[in-house]
Ligand binder design. Structure first.
Ligand SMILES: NC(=O)c1ccc[n+]([C@@H]2O[C@H](COP(=O)([O-])OP(=O)(O)OC[C@H]3O[C@@H](n4cnc5c(N)ncnc54)[C@H](OP(=O)(O)O)[C@@H]3O)[C@@H](O)[C@H]2O)c1
Length: 229
């Protein structure tokens, strides 16, 4: 059956691979959201079922949704994959960097969900939030990631509380805490480090989870890593 899907953070890395994987099923209709629309237009030009949309989680999310998705009846799947990573000593992390981390990694996705809520409820949607192993309590931590990891941890807790509040509805929400994946973000944070997982492999896991786990799981924070971290 045809599914209406939104992937936020779709221009590169894991998000782009998620869109490729979902697009292979021509019955899926996919809205790919990111700031870099040109990059999405180029890499998704072979799919008639992918609609790249210029979208910025650090700007007025509610207004962007109202302008872009006004007529959208229902949504089956929303994957909040976008992320902003700043690696900086605590003393040198600016207030602006803390604000931006919270905005892109937490507030933006939360307001996106709130703005799309009626369509998500009508679609009995599964919402999958993408967080990091660094946000999991007791996991190995790395210096310089206070802004990134704590803002992603907020997304984890939001997932649990949202699921409780909406447990009587048919909407489902889960959060995946990913381990290291070879992407531009990883190279920026840990130059030269080679992760054993490719974006394509991680995307395949995320898509499988997104399509199936909503049947049996709700409000769960799942670590996706074969090692620690
Ligand atoms: N790679 C890893 O090792 C790893 C580990 C744990 C968790 N994760 C998480 O996995 C997700 C994907 O990571 P990745 O490694 O694929 O990162 P990436 O290559 O840096 O891609 C991040 C994506 O987020 C989008 N994005 C960033 N800021 C945005 C904004 N303001 N509005 C809308 N979209 C925005 C980017 O698109 P534009 O620049 O075009 O906007 C891009 O498509 C992230 O949430 C990340 O935190 C990654």
């Amino acid at each position: 059956m045809s599914k209406t899907i939104i992937v936020c953070g779709a221009s590169q890395g894991i998000g782009a691979e998620i869109v490729h994987e979902l697009a292979r099923d021509s019955s899926n209709v996919i809205y790919a959201l990111s700031r870099n629309k040109e990059r999405m237009d180029e890499q998704f030009k072979g799919y008639s079922n992918v609609h790249p949309v210029s979208f910025d989680l650090s700007k007025k999310v509610k207004e962007q949704v109202a302008n872009l998705f006004d007529g959208l009846e229902s949504i089956d799947l929303l994957i909040n994959n976008a992320g902003y990573l700043v690696k900086e000593d605590f003393s040198n992390t600016s207030e602006e960097q803390y604000h931006r981390s919270l905005q892109v990694n937490y507030l933006g996705p939360v307001i996106l969900i709130q703005s799309l809520l009626n369509s998500l409820l009508r679609g009995h949607a599964h919402v999958v939030n993408i967080s990091t192993m660094g946000a999991v309590q007791g996991s190995v931590k790395f210096p310089g990631l206070t802004a990134y990891a704590s803002s992603k941890a907020a997304l984890c807790t939001f997932t649990e509380v949202f699921a409780e509040e909406f447990k009587a509805e048919t909407i489902r929400m889960n959060c995946l805490c990913l381990g290291a994946v070879n992407t531009e973000m990883l190279q920026q944070a840990f130059p030269g480090y080679e992760a054993s997982t490719s974006p394509k492999e991680m995307a395949s896991f995320v898509v499988n989870f997104a399509l199936k786990a909503g049947l049996l799981m709700n409000g769960k924070i799942v670590s996706v890593s074969s090692s620690t971290p």
